[in-house]
Design a binder for this molecule. Structure first.
Ligand code: OAD
Length: 236
């Protein structure tokens, strides 16, 4: 057994569901009562920037009403005790992994608590609402800020780092993700042939058959139990 095993975790909306953040695919095809094409595409933003900014302002404000749950904290404990390299890749744009205390964290779909300037292209931490004429704190141009979110048709962040970590990991776990959105849904195919793969989700995802192990249930119960188990097999 590798004394310094490498571990990559992928999380999706399911891990934040019990904190009170709605998942994306709850059956009606809408995200918080909006069509995905209207609020999660570059074309939607060009058509109606005011509405898109208001939508993300609301999502950003909602973060102050929610807190990390037992699954987020279990992954902090896992990182702390893990004997080898650790990377948590999240598709979530909330800040619950950050607030729980995960260090090695990559937000592949962006972050609600950042905006990006369309003029100078700098991403800036942002807590408050974005208004139509908010100036960029870096270049001072007005009306150029957009949500720092990866919309459909855009390339996710950190893909080189993610590909390298996946190709070299001994363990890969996907938690709370439905397997509908690529490239994340295909990560289980990027790992080497000796990698042990786990899917931890409320129900089998559409890519479930690609995993060597499947654990079903709510994240606040399944994740802490799985963390204990994998740590007991990989002591420092
Ligand atoms: P989805 O909403 O597609 O899937 C969430 C998954 O979590 C589903 O399979 C649920 O069964 C599961 N789930 C729900 N509650 C759970 C719980 N308490 N414990 C464990 N699992 C639970 O969300 P994602 O797969 O994350 O992209 O969606 C991927 C991407 O699609 C998002 O990052 C977003 C969206 O378009 C962007 O915003 C760019």
């Amino acid at each position: 057994m590798n004394p310094k095993p490498s571990l990559v975790i992928l999380t999706g909306a399911g891990i934040s569901a019990e904190s009170g953040i709605k998942t994306f695919r709850s059956g009606d095809g809408l995200w918080e009562n909006h069509r995905v094409e209207d609020v999660a595409t570059p074309e939607g933003f060009i058509r109606n920037p005011g509405m898109v900014q208001r939508f993300y302002n609301e999502r950003r404000r909602q973060l102050s009403e929610v807190s990390p749950n037992a699954a987020h904290y279990a992954l902090v404990e896992l990182e702390r005790a893990w004997p080898g390299s650790f990377l948590l890749v999240t598709q979530n744009v909330d800040d619950l992994h950050d607030r729980a205390g995960t260090h090695s964290l990559l937000h592949m779909h962006g972050e609600l608590k950042k905006v990006r300037c369309l003029s100078c292209n700098v991403a800036i931490p942002w807590e408050k609402d974005v208004l139509q004429d908010s100036p960029c704190p870096t270049c001072n141009k007005k009306g150029k800020l957009r949500p720092h979110i990866v919309w459909f048709g855009e390339v996710p962040f950190g893909m080189d780092e993610i590909a390298y970590a996946l190709q070299n990991c001994d363990y890969f776990a996907a938690i709370g993700t439905s397997g509908h959105v690529y490239p994340a849904a295909g990560f289980v195919q990027w790992v080497g042939k000796n990698c042990r793969t786990y899917e931890i989700n409320l129900e089998p995802s559409i890519v479930n058959s690609a995993f060597s192990e499947s654990i079903q249930g709510i994240a606040t119960q399944t994740v802490p139990t799985w963390v204990k188990e994998i740590l007991s097999k990989n002591k420092q």
